[in-house]
Write a protein that binds this ligand. Structure first.
Ligand code: DAH
Length: 339
């Protein structure tokens, strides 16, 4: 019995000595001191020991148990301390390191240009309104004087949802929506996304943005249109910018014009940027067609007005001298950060 206890003690001590993790110590505790542990088994076999030897053997068992227990505890403390030290070493924080940068995005050139346009027109007393991107054919075409089979319908390759509903090809339908509300006078701009079934290239995208403008009041003339757009061009592109109105045709305005501004790169003398002409086209405009006013419930004998439509990307590309529209849609932060 004595040798047996001696052996158990030596084995246990060695295992404790060798253990490197706290979990291992627990295992050892269970194996030796647990309900089915080796020492417990010895205790259970006391009945086989001669009664006169029992106190002695009992004492030996207790000593063995105490020895194992105290060595377990001692080792547990050591291992716990070491684990803590390792953890502290591993999780060391160098407070002198530079802080992690949180990446902030950047406003898109379209957004910057739009806010500039809005600022200018709000300054002239305009309201900023919005209309739906999914629009009735009736608003996108019919009430803008573009009936079925009109060639203008083909000019704007349209995405049809069904026979009556389209993805708007222009922001002009917002004119109709605002006029139909019947609150006069009107002075509004309507920025928004428009869609055309175009292939992507340096100057085209199936989805881009326009800013519509509409003024309806008594005695509005072409002179008001000219003055307004000249003021806009100056504020947008620089005090020395001049505007030129070229006759054009839009179904919903009469007369209609396209507007060019003097090239802000060369000031009008001609350069690569304006392809030598000194002028850059920026928008379409005109006096609202009397028939459009009528269709929208406004009496053309009492009221008149003008409208214009600007391509937002066009303005952003010009203002920031970006030569490929696709750059505007990639949203590469390295590109966006330049503006
Ligand atoms: N909606 C026209 C287009 O997308 C642009 C335009 C031209 C709008 C003349 C107007 C306007 O309001 O008067 O090509």
């Amino acid at each position: 019995m004595k040798e047996k206890l001696q052996k158990i003690r030596e084995e246990a001590m060695k295992q404790i000595q060798d253990s490197e993790a706290l979990e291992k110590l627990n295992e050892i505790r269970i194996n030796y001191l647990g309900k089915k542990g080796e020492l417990t088994t010895v205790l259970k076999s006391m009945k086989d020991v001669a009664p006169e030897d029992r106190p002695k053997v009992g004492q030996m068992v207790n000593e063995t148990r105490q020895a194992i227990e105290s060595f377990l505890e001692e080792t547990r403390k050591k291992l716990a301390a070491k684990a803590r030290e390792d953890q502290l070493a591993k999780e060391v924080i160098d407070v002198t390191l530079p802080a992690k940068k949180s990446n902030v995005g950047h406003r898109h050139p379209n957004t910057i240009a739009l806010e500039e346009v809005e600022r200018i027109f709000i300054g002239m007393g305009y309201e900023v309104v919005e209309g739906p991107e999914v629009e009735y054919d009736e608003y996108n075409f019919e009430k803008l004087n573009i009936p079925a089979n009109h060639p203008a319908k083909d000019e704007q390759d349209t995405f049809y949802i069904n026979n009556e509903i389209v993805l708007r090809t222009q922001t002009s339908p917002v004119q109709v929506r605002v006029m139909e509300q019947g609150k006069l006078p009107i002075r509004m701009i309507a920025p928004g996304r428009v869609f055309r079934s175009d292939e992507v290239d340096a100057t085209h995208s199936p989805s881009f943005h326009q800013i519509e403008g509409l003024v309806i009041d008594k005695n509005i003339t072409f002179a008001d249109l000219k003055g307004t757009l000249a003021e806009f061009a100056k504020q947008m592109f620089g005090e020395n910018t001049k505007v030129k109105f070229r006759p054009h045709h839009f179904p919903f305005t009469e007369p209609s014009a396209e507007v060019d501004v003097t090239c802000f790169k060369c000031g009008g003398s001609g350069c690569r940027f304006c392809k030598g002409s000194g002028w850059i086209e920026i928008l379409g405009c005109g006096m609202v067609h009397p028939h459009v006013l009528e269709m929208c419930g406004i009496d053309p004998d009492e009221y008149s007005g003008f409208a214009f439509g600007v391509g937002l990307e066009r303005i952003a590309l010009l203002k920031y001298e970006i030569d490929d529209m696709r750059l505007l849609y990639e949203n590469d932060i390295r590109f966006l950060k330049q503006f």
